[in-house]
Design a protein around this ligand. Sequence first.
Ligand code: ZN
Length: 398
Amino acid sequence: MTGALDDMGAMREALQLAAQAQAAGEVPVGAVVLKDGVVIGRGYNAPISGNDACAHAEIIAIQAACAALGNYRLTGCTMVVTLEPCVMCSGAILNARFSRLVFGAHEPKTGAAGSVINVFETAALNHQTAVTEGVLAPACRALMNDFFQGRREVIKRTTTPLREDALRTPDARFSDLVDWPYTPCYTTEIPALNGLRLHYVDEGVRAVTAAPIDVDASGRHGQGACLLLHGAGGWGYQWRYWIEALRARGQRVLVPDLIGFGRSDKPKRVSAHSLAFHAQVMAGLVAALGLSQVRVLDASGGLGAYLSQVHADVFPRLASIEVSRVGAQTVASAPFPDDGYRAAERAFAAASFFGDDVHLSSDKKRVGEAIRMDAMRPDGEPSARAAALAFLDAFLDA
Ligand SMILES: [Zn+2]
């Protein structure tokens, strides 16, 4: 047939499709289905964008070809794909009764046409599909190598090295958190961190930056920012039911995991922790985000009070909230795979940690006196929640 594509010509088309997958951030694999040298189906890898584990290039090309022919069998057709098919796609190629499979690069980890297994040489399964491998293999392999090389570089750029004298809880320990849809933010840029990685949540009105605390003309509290400090028995997750309530009140909400807790890095030595250090980190975080005045809700037992003394201009409003346990024991222990991670807990528990430096002025202490953290639970006692919300309004209006 005039103008009919040969294997190389078809593979060039498949490579172009693979490049489309790459442009979409997918592993670059492309496939075409040929009948009599004419392309009757095209596909490129799209599992991520389609939320579809089955959206491999071959499957998409097969579906297109079947639709074009109005037939669930592709007898006499050739599958041309840039990468050795996986088990799923090889099965689909057999089921569709392809006459030939042509692929470019081998896939040593998942290839089912000879690299890991060979379903096409399993006599009991296969009576019709002949395999040609290595067509334009260097180009196909280069595309894959470039892609993974690029991805490794991105990972390298976005991964913070861990300081030698610190530990970092594996992400998997936090995979089961409920009621915590918030995007993790990380920084190492605050000078006091000296290379440690701080985790925090930054939700609500991001436009609130340098907004001073003020009551607006309508008499309601204006937009502002709140810093929520967790207690020694938990981490930022303790505040999960407060974030929405504060967002609904126009607040920008910062919920850090203090160094040594939650997803933040954990120095191994107890002596790495002091009230002044944690205060420097929190003041640094607020400054790094360009916030000039921040209200503090404090469940730490003293850090908020210390901040409001040392940096009174930045932290002019403070309320202490009674600590409640973080939740089920498995959740409470999530940041601590073993006791080596608990140096911060031990430091905070020491009688001398908050020391005599922290003097709450009586008016600061009064706000939120009777409010417990778990009063905000949506499934809790309605009157307790109403009281907590009323407290928030008063606190924001103050
Ligand atoms: Zn596949």
